[in-house]
Design a protein around this ligand. Structure first.
Ligand code: PLP
Length: 402
């Protein structure tokens, strides 16, 4: 089948998420590179949006997946049978987690993990109100979408959604709206889809203190920031603030579907009691995904990828700032932490045309869901300096051609 026929069938038979998919026809992935069906090579600087943290098809991940797939894939719904890769991965995650978060409830997607965390908080406190933030994205299930900090998306589903009050992210004066009617505060430590927005110094600690005062639970959505993206296993460690619950997905499965709620063991027992089975899932903690996740954690440790993430991230931010000062009318701001970097351009049109031109030149970048003027750079944590230099050169070329 020739490439254009493939894309035509993709449009006709595969349900679409938007009217304008980029239709890159992928043949294979290798490290930080994607190769298209027609043989072109693309430097992947988004990693499937912070998913392939150890690159595409790392040989140790491939071996682990093949071995597990040959052993068993599914034997029983989550939580019933003892599945070795699940047990080892949970133990490994707990060993690098912030103190007190000592048990993992496995799920499959980030949205599902956030739903589970909201349910846990509501159940423990018998409170039904939540706090979330403008510019937040937590996923598209009904529960997670209740906390979507965008009227544009949420308004389509009013009536279905939970009782959520939205605070401006980073506004310290609004924090007093967290009171003793609130079950939980759900927050991304660094807003991803909102445009790579970093928390102001002390802000996450302020949320922590206010939650402790009012008894509300603090949930960090680390679906995007987790598994090394900010230069530590969790952003909670980067900002030195320990929440009551961390939700995880994306990089957790190294490209395979996997998510989880990381919380104190006692709290997670609420799902197993009164009533038993109050949060069940068939595919949670799929053994093949857990084997991949376990291999990825070993790679991150053995190959020093947390340090590499910090080093390459610092270099990239500096290089992007040097590019930015030459075009102040095009680039307004460069910001980021680790390898979670945003370049704010002057308009959505500029960002879109830069992303499209970069793709034509062989560099994959993307804008953010809620801030389409911001271009994200989130390469794999094992990206090397030559690849970073190549990305900067291609981006600078696209800027010159604007
Ligand atoms: N939370 C954050 C911070 C995200 O960035 C995303 C996805 O982009 C989600 C939750 C939803 O995850 P999933 O697409 O796996 O449901």
């Amino acid at each position: 089948m020739n490439p254009s026929q493939l894309s035509e069938k993709f449009i006709n038979f595969v349900g679409q998420t938007s009217p304008y998919p980029p239709t890159l026809e992928v043949s294979r992935g290798e490290g930080s590179w994607l190769v298209s069906v027609d043989g072109n090579r693309y430097l992947d600087f988004i990693s499937g949006i912070a998913v392939t943290n150890v690159g595409h098809c790392h040989p140790h991940v491939v071996t682990a997946v093949q071995a597990q797939a040959a052993q068993y894939a599914h034997t029983m719904v989550y939580g019933e049978h003892v599945q070795t890769p699940q047990v080892h991965l949970a133990e490994k995650i707990v060993s690098v987690a912030p103190a007190g978060l000592d048990c993992v409830y496995f799920l499959t997607t980030g949205a599902e993990a956030n739903d589970a965390a909201l349910k846990l908080a509501a159940k423990r406190l018998t409170r039904r109100r939540f706090i979330a933030f403008t510019g937040a994205y937590h996923g598209d299930t009904v529960g997670a979408m209740s906390c979507f900090g965008s009227d544009h998306f949420r308004n389509q589903f009013s009536g279905l959604l939970a009782d959520v009050t939205f605070l401006p992210f980073g506004d310290t004066s609004a924090v007093k709206q967290i009171n003793d009617t609130i079950a939980a505060v759900l927050v991304e430590p660094v807003q991803g889809e909102g445009g790579i927005i970093l928390p102001p110094p002390g802000y996450l600690q302020l949320l922590r203190d206010r939650c402790t005062e009012t008894g509300a639970m603090l949930i960090f959505d680390e679906v995007q920031t987790g598994f090394g993206r900010t230069g530590n296993w969790f952003a909670s460690q980067t900002y030195d603030v320990i929440p009551d619950i961390i939700t995880m997905a994306k990089g957790m499965g190294a490209g395979y579907p996997l998510a989880g709620v990381l919380a104190p063991r006692q709290l997670l027992y609420d799902f197993a009691a009164v009533p038993a089975f109050s949060h069940i899932t068939t595919f949670g903690g799929h053994p093949v995904s857990c084997a991949a996740g376990l291999a990825a954690m070993k790679i991150i440790k053995d190959e020093g990828l947390l340090e590499n993430c910090r080093n390459q991230g610092e270099w990239l931010i500096k290089a992007l700032m040097e590019v930015a000062v030459q075009v102040p009318q095009v680039i307004r701001n460069v910001r980021g932490v680790g390898l979670m970097i945003g370049v704010e351009t002057a308009s959505e049109q500029i960002a879109r045309s830069l992303v499209d031109d970069c793709r034509a030149r062989g560099l994959i970048l993307e804008t953010n869901l809620l801030q389409e003027s911001v271009i994200r750079f989130s390469p794999a944590l094992n990206v090397n300096r030559v690849e970073c230099e190549t990305a900067i050169r291609l981006f600078a070329d696209a800027l010159k051609a604007l």
